[in-house]
Each structure stands twice: as structure tokens, then as C-alpha cells.
Ligand binder design. Structure first.
Ligand code: FES
Length: 146
């Protein structure tokens, strides 16, 4: 299986690994098939800007690289911009993932959305984009890539 240099780099030197004490929002998602788990912590200021992001991933190398890349992509962005982060964008930013590893990037997209949903709940705000978002469709995406 061939991994891009970027995947290897983010796997060997993950960015933003760790946790945030008193985070504005925390998201946790898992893939039932592989058992991997990803947690994302967001620190969001009053203007709705993501000041800091950290992650903890118990999973494969592609999941670690995907979470590392996803945190870099949403750091300093608005909530709205973070909502637009797709697993495809994460995979592309990593110069691609092998087809059987696409679901690892889905986990990153879901973890970010799950953390944003947690933030919304804590602050009594509604994020319309997340109202009908399916958090457990990781294997559907996987089939799409097959
Ligand atoms: Fe499941 Fe990578 S193998 S997240």
C-alpha cells in the first residue's frame, strides 16, 4: 500500500495532538468496523473563530494523519468554514489516501462536526447544517470509494 509523503509526515509528526482543558466543544466519533476512535477539542472565541484545536486519535496511521491535517485546516477559521470541511478535502490535502483508507478521513470530518455540535448544544445555538447530519455513515462512504 502506497502512502503519500504528506500522510507519512502527518503520521510521524502529528500537528495539534493533545487535549484542551475546558474546551468549547468536544467531539468523539468511532468507526464500528475498524474500532478506531477520534476525539477533537475546539476552543472557540466569542466571534465564533476557532482559536485552537487539538485531537486524540486511537487508530490507524491514516486516521492520525487525517486528524492532524483536519486540525490544521480548521485552526483560525470560522465555525462556518469548519463546517465545510469534507473528508475529500482532508484526503486531498494529504495528497490522497488509498481507497480502503478513505473512511479514516471520514472520521476526521465527523469528529470536527461532532465537536461543533457539542459547542452548539453548550451554547444553545442551532447549526442548521448539523441538524440532519449522519454521524454513523462511515461505511457508506467506504463503499462509495470501492
Ligand atoms: Fe479505521 Fe483508519 S482503519 S480509521
Amino acid at each position: 500500500m502506497q502512502y503519500s509523503k504528506k500522510v507519512m509526515d502527518h503520521f510521524m509528526n502529528p500537528r495539534n495532538m493533545g487535549t484542551i482543558e475546558g474546551a468549547s466543544g468536544v467531539g468523539e466519533v468511532g468507526n464500528p468496523q475498524c474500532g478506531d476512535i477520534m476525539k477533537i477539542y475546539l476552543d472557540i472565541d466569542d466571534e465564533g473563530i476557532i482559536k485552537d484545536v487539538k485531537f486524540k486519535t486511537f487508530g490507524c496511521g491514516s486516521a492520525i494523519a487525517s486528524s492532524s491535517m483536519a486540525t490544521e485546516m480548521i485552526k483560525g477559521k470560522t465555525i462556518h468554514e469548519a463546517l465545510e470541511l469534507t473528508n475529500k478535502a482532508v484526503a486531498e490535502a494529504l495528497d490522497g489516501l488509498p481507497p480502503v483508507k478513505m473512511h479514516c478521513s471520514v472520521l476526521a470530518e465527523q469528529a470536527v462536526k461532532s465537536a461543533l455540535l457539542d459547542y452548539a448544544k453548550k451554547n444553545n445555538i442551532v447549526i442548521p447544517e448539523l441538524e440532519n447530519y449522519e454521524f454513523d455513515d462511515a461505511h457508506e462512504h467506504e463503499h462509495e470509494e470501492e
